[in-house]
Design a protein around this ligand. Structure first.
Ligand SMILES: O=C(O)c1ccccc1NCC(=O)[C@H](O)[C@H](O)COP(=O)(O)O
Length: 227
């Protein structure tokens, strides 16, 4: 199994320690913890900050939606987060201030939520890519819906082919074993794939067998590409 050439895997919405340890043994690259209280995957309903701190993994990612700087920096420190995913409408000024308050080794991901395939969406993507490219390490494209995230819905990936994406990016939004086949249609391959609700028994309770099969299939895809 060689996973060097293919997108990395992020599993988001984790709430159970036994599942987290299994995912680490499967070499999952990023573990996503949701600190948005309105999410059915709100991690602090199930795990304490001390428990998250004890998880030794370089891809511990905290997902925040329109939170204040103090809350984000406090949780980042107490939970030992390595990446922060900003999933709301955080402004550029907010990001500048946040970066000043965080340890320099914390990685930032700016989410771009994509709605309809129309000119308004194109403008939003273009503006966000331009304005945030020097402020963050990665972009993450997700589907815009009634909820901020975890919608289980896919956006029109072909929209991404209209842009030169200036940073490595995470592809997200309703990714499943079926639609991942279409990743080959993307001109610029994602740095990572973010999976969530399509791999759950119920919100926050992951289907580990399904994830294992997905990871193994992705690895085979890479091996086949090289043969
Ligand atoms: O998953 C949530 O409940 C959630 C709520 C609010 C903001 C973000 C949230 N999830 C963040 C993620 O990175 C998800 O993996 C992403 O939204 C894709 O989820 P899905 O469409 O279910 O695959």
């Amino acid at each position: 199994m060689n996973r060097n050439q293919q997108p990395k895997i992020k599993v988001c919405g984790l709430t159970q320690l036994n599942q987290i340890h299994e995912l680490i043994s499967m070499e999952t690259d990023f573990l996503g913890f949701i600190f948005y209280e309105k999410s059915p995957r709100y991690v602090l309903d199930r795990l304490s900050l001390e428990e998250i701190l004890k998880i030794g993994h370089p891809g511990k990612t905290g997902v925040f939606v329109n939170d204040g700087i103090e809350k984000i920096t406090d949780i980042t420190e107490k939970a030992g987060l390595k990446l922060i995913q900003l999933h709301g409408d955080e402004s550029e000024d907010f990001l500048i201030e946040l970066k000043q308050k965080l340890q320099p080794d914390v990685t930032l991901i700016k989410v771009i939520r994509i709605g309809n395939n129309d000119d308004e969406t194109r403008e939003k993507i273009k503006c966000t890519l331009n304005s945030y490219r020097s402020l963050v390490n990665y972009f993450l494209f997700d589907t815009d819906g009634k909820a901020f995230g975890g919608t289980g819905k896919q956006f029109d990936w072909t929209l991404l082919n209209e842009f030169k994406i200036p940073l490595p990016y995470f592809l997200s939004g309703g990714i499943s074993e079926e639609n991942i086949e279409n990743i080959c249609l993307l001109n610029q391959q994602p740095f990572a794939i973010d999976i969530n609700s399509k791999f759950e028994l119920k919100p926050g309770d992951k289907d580990l067998e399904k994830i294992k099969k997905f990871i193994s299939k992705e690895s085979q895809r890479d091996d086949l590409t090289k043969n």
